[in-house]
Design a binder for this molecule. Sequence first.
Ligand code: AMP
Ligand code: MG
Length: 338
Amino acid sequence: MDTKIINDINDTTLIEAAERIKNGGLVAFPTETVYGLGANALDPTAAKKIYEAKGRPSNNPLIIHLAKPEDAEQYAYTNETYYRLAERFMPGPLTVILPKKDIIPYEVTGGLDTVAIRVPADRVAHTLIELAGVPIAAPSANLSTKPSPTMAGHVIRDLSGRIDMIIAGDDCDIGVESTIITLSPKAKLLRPGLITVDELREVCPDIEISDAVLNQHEGRPESPGMMYKHYSPRANVVLLKGSDQMRYEFLQDKKDCGILCYNEDTELLKYKFAMPVGSKASPKEQAKNLFAKLREFDDIEEVKTIYAPMTASEGIGLAVLNRLIRAAGFEILDLKKE
Ligand code: AMP
Ligand code: MG
């Protein structure tokens, strides 16, 4: 399949992209979180194409993207909490799960009776959804198991030849996927993101946090996507738990390994394959760079193992740690016990 790459984003090219989606095609587009791979969420055949293009397991549900929070009425059974969340956080990087209406096909929800809803703030994403006039089902626009794409080049690399069109916009501001909360049956955080637990508590004081956020789960999880191998670069990722000094000592004789580190780790930056992900004090900066840096290691043939710090779990840090732990396949080395 020939993939058309749109570099010049304007009314004409966005109308063309919206037409492709309406007609059952696949279009990748930028959002404020990561790039999405979009299809008409009301068309089961189009939804199936998403799974094929990504190599995604068919029971891993998709998020549907809407132009306005109130559009959810057509596709889901909303409630008062949904609208309180919408007022505070939409448009923006929040996904809310609600019981689905019949119009949403099971191909989109991975067979579940609930549907995940998001209203992106990104101007290109918003315009595309409005022009398409249908809800757009869109997971991240990467091959399944790879780190999510935060730059147009990542999408081109993963999906060229597999989808109809790629809207090659700017780099994504946030860099990790949306915060996901389910309201069915009660408020629970399923995936952390830029919107933190503390912020959610201001609207939903009794919100719970799914155990799956930082722990490995067997059996059927509440958030199916969280159980798969995820966000993984080619090399094996290992998280190092311990103080900075312990990390420096451990890595002394690991000069040929990939090292993901903080900007402040001058001790490590002198190594050949060290990659700073952001300031230790700024999980927001780490979130923005994380996936791009993991992908950069794919280009370094010598790197077979990547050591990364076990980052802090407070605030936005929880989103970074949730992705890193999965990139590492839950492999954590406790340096205190070494
Ligand atoms: P992605 O679009 O790749 O960022 O992944 C979307 C994720 O949202 C899935 O992997 C699920 O974990 C979660 N999700 C989507 N819809 C539902 C749903 N109806 N119930 C629970 N989790 C969902
Ligand atoms: Mg994804």
